[in-house]
Design a protein around this ligand. Structure first.
Ligand code: MG
Ligand code: MG
Length: 309
């Protein structure tokens, strides 16, 4: 077998790379969430170790809502398939309620408001709102991309349904679909040219996401998040360099780190993830991610992956 074929990541390896990359970026970035780049430099130099702490006082290797809400969405999609209710939005909303009642280490204000609205009004979407422009729907959409691979219509329908439970905003929707399609391209092995074309198409439709020149804003506003994520992902071919660049921008560092980790992890595959970071993640999170990645791919229209873990 030629060397380049032997080293080509499989679909499952890319899916695992994306999901584990998300968790790595979350765990690494949470330490410096809400700090400025200058504060990070003074305290850490270049922040590149998964050490926990931060404003959430995390244990080393602990993840936050970015990863745990993704796992909740994934659980709901798997449960729906098992119970003959595929893509049922009520199951997704119920999974978010269960997640929230489990006292997660963090829950964004817009997510909390949407979950409480569902509990009180039983509505699966709030009204269109300028106030829903945070990145909370974007950060957790990876399971929808995996479960619907090969079916773009289902991907868009499930993504918007899960998003609107808490975030009903056109820019959030555009970000969820735009980064989601880019992720799906990478999962099936798209190289740099198709990935650039996908990014170019997103920016042609939504110039607000233009990231060159990069403005250096990395807040939880979905526009700032998308700009930072695309800047770091396109500037750095290497997984570690891309994620380090994202989290050292500070501010919503766990979420920008998670999303860059997701895209860069899909690009390189799990086998190429830095083992020092992987071994720092909480084992229960790694187990849940590995199981979900394979099971969600099993729901997709792609050939069922062979479990290699
Ligand atoms: Mg978080
Ligand atoms: Mg965050």
């Amino acid at each position: 077998m030629p060397a380049e074929t032997a080293s080509m990541p499989t679909l499952l390896d890319r899916a695992l790379g994306a999901y584990l990359g998300l968790a790595i970026g979350d765990a690494l970035g949470a330490t410096v969430e809400f700090m400025t780049p200058r504060e990070i430099r003074l305290q850490h130099g270049v922040h590149r170790q998964i050490i926990g702490g931060g404003w959430l006082k995390l244990q080393a290797g602990e993840v936050t809502d970015d990863t745990t809400m993704s796992l909740a969405l994934g659980d709901a999609l798997l449960r729906g398939a098992r119970e003959g209710r595929p893509h049922d939005t009520t199951l997704i909303a119920e999974a978010f309620v269960t997640w929230w009642r489990g006292k997660p280490v963090d829950c964004g204000n817009t997510c909390r408001r949407g979950i409480l609205r569902y509990l009180h009004e039983h509505t699966l979407a709030g009204p269109l709102s300028d106030g829903d422009g945070g990145n909370g729907a974007l950060m957790r959409n990876l399971p929808a991309a995996l479960a619907t691979l090969g079916d773009d219509e289902a991907f868009e329908r499930v993504s918007l349904a899960q998003a609107h439970i808490t975030h009903h905003n056109p820019k959030s929707d555009a970000a969820v679909l735009g980064l989601g399609h880019l992720l799906r391209d990478l999962l099936v092995g798209a190289g740099p040219a198709p990935a650039q074309a996908r990014i170019g198409a997103l920016i042609a439709d939504w110039p607000v996401f233009r990231f060159q020149p990069y403005r250096g804003r990395a807040s939880g506003y979905v526009v700032d998040t998308v700009q930072t994520v695309l800047h770091c992902f396109t500037q750095h071919d290497d997984f570690e360099a891309a994620v380090v660049a994202a989290v050292n921008q500070g501010d919503d560092a766990d979420t920008t780190g998670a999303l860059v980790g997701m895209l860069a992890g899909a690009r390189c595959g799990a086998a190429a993830l830095p083992s020092a970071w992987l071994h720092r993640l909480q084992p229960a999170v790694v187990r849940a991610v590995r199981t979900q990645a394979a099971d969600l791919l099993g729901l997709s229209h792609q050939p069922a992956p062979a479990r290699d873990d």
